[in-house]
Design a binder for this molecule. Structure first.
Ligand SMILES: [Cu+2]
Length: 296
């Protein structure tokens, strides 16, 4: 049974029924949530597509279980109510049924574990990476530090909502971003865009070292399949590899205070050449700041 195709079929049926928008594959690469989307964000790398596939598998398992339980419940309510079945059965034990309801759930858990445990390790065990980026969560922005590139460091904060209503303010933010990235850049998504972006090269394994300076935050980029808590006084590590050039958005995903909803994450994935050029420019301007909670 092709799980992907079946799921797509169901989504199309739902769209026909309720007018939901099925999140189509993005043109170019923009890792953003789709308007009226009800599905997970489109996967942009192996990590994310494995997460999406696993979610689909789980959805099928829980759908079958829920349908079975509901049908059984209604059957019992109708067939064995006091009117239809005035003389109740006095059965108290049935070895076969007990074996079935023990073995079947074990089987279900084994099937889930067969897929979930390897995925967990795939995300958790950091492979050999080319370089690391230290990410520090602050109330309410993110500091990015590149220890392998002379400690380039900058802090990315949300672009205010007003910039999406006011053309002059928007142009100002876009000019700043273009200067930072070294090429024309546009704001793409209200409340997801930041004044600076984490910049990484395409097809490169990058280690993300996470911590926080005040309270617990969580660094999450759905389309890249990354989500990990940033905990003050602790160092958490994860990794990702982006398969395509583009801009990928995420948000702080651990309630961290009043502006938790306003500390988005924007990751700019550029070609290796462009990354090398960016590093040279950024070194001149942002190197050796060394002010993350991790120090240098
Ligand atoms: Cu936060």
């Amino acid at each position: 049974m092709n799980v992907k195709r079946l799921t797509a079929g169901i989504m199309v049926a739902l769209t026909a029924l309720f007018g939901f928008t099925v999140s189509a594959l993005a043109e170019g690469r923009l890792g953003v949530p789709k308007d009226k989307g009800i599905w997970l964000q489109e996967a942009a790398n192996t990590q994310a597509s494995r997460v999406v596939d696993f979610n689909e598998l789980l959805l099928w398992i829980i759908t079958v279980i829920a349908a079975f339980v509901f049908i059984l419940m209604f059957y019992v309510m109708i067939r064995y109510n006091a009117k239809a079945n005035p003389e109740p059965s006095k059965t108290s034990h049935n070895t076969l049924i007990e074996i079935i309801w023990t073995v079947v759930p074990i089987g279900v858990l084994v099937v889930i574990g067969f897929w979930s445990i390897p995925l967990l390790y795939f995300q958790d065990v950091v492979p050999k990476t080319e370089f690391a980026v230290r990410v520090t969560g602050n109330q309410w922005n993110w500091t990015y530090n590149y220890p392998d590139h002379d400690g380039i460091e900058f802090t990315a904060a949300v672009v205010p909502k007003s910039a999406f209503a006011d053309a002059a303010e928007r142009a100002e933010y876009e000019a700043g971003l273009s200067k930072f990235l070294g090429r024309d850049a546009k704001l793409n998504a209200r409340l997801l865009d930041t004044d600076y972006r984490m910049v990484v090269p395409v097809n490169t394994k990058v280690k993300v070292m996470l911590t926080a300076s005040d309270v617990i935050h969580s660094w999450a980029v759905p389309s890249l399949g990354v989500k990990l808590d940033a905990v003050p006084g602790r160092l958490n590590e994860t990794w990702f590899e982006a398969d395509e050039v583009g801009t990928y958005y995420g948000q702080c995903s651990e309630l961290c205070g009043k502006d938790h909803a306003y500390m988005p994450i924007a990751v700019e994935v550029v070609s290796k050449d462009e990354f090398a050029k960016w590093v040279e420019r950024a070194k001149a301007e942002y190197a050796d700041a060394g002010t993350t909670a991790l120090g240098r």
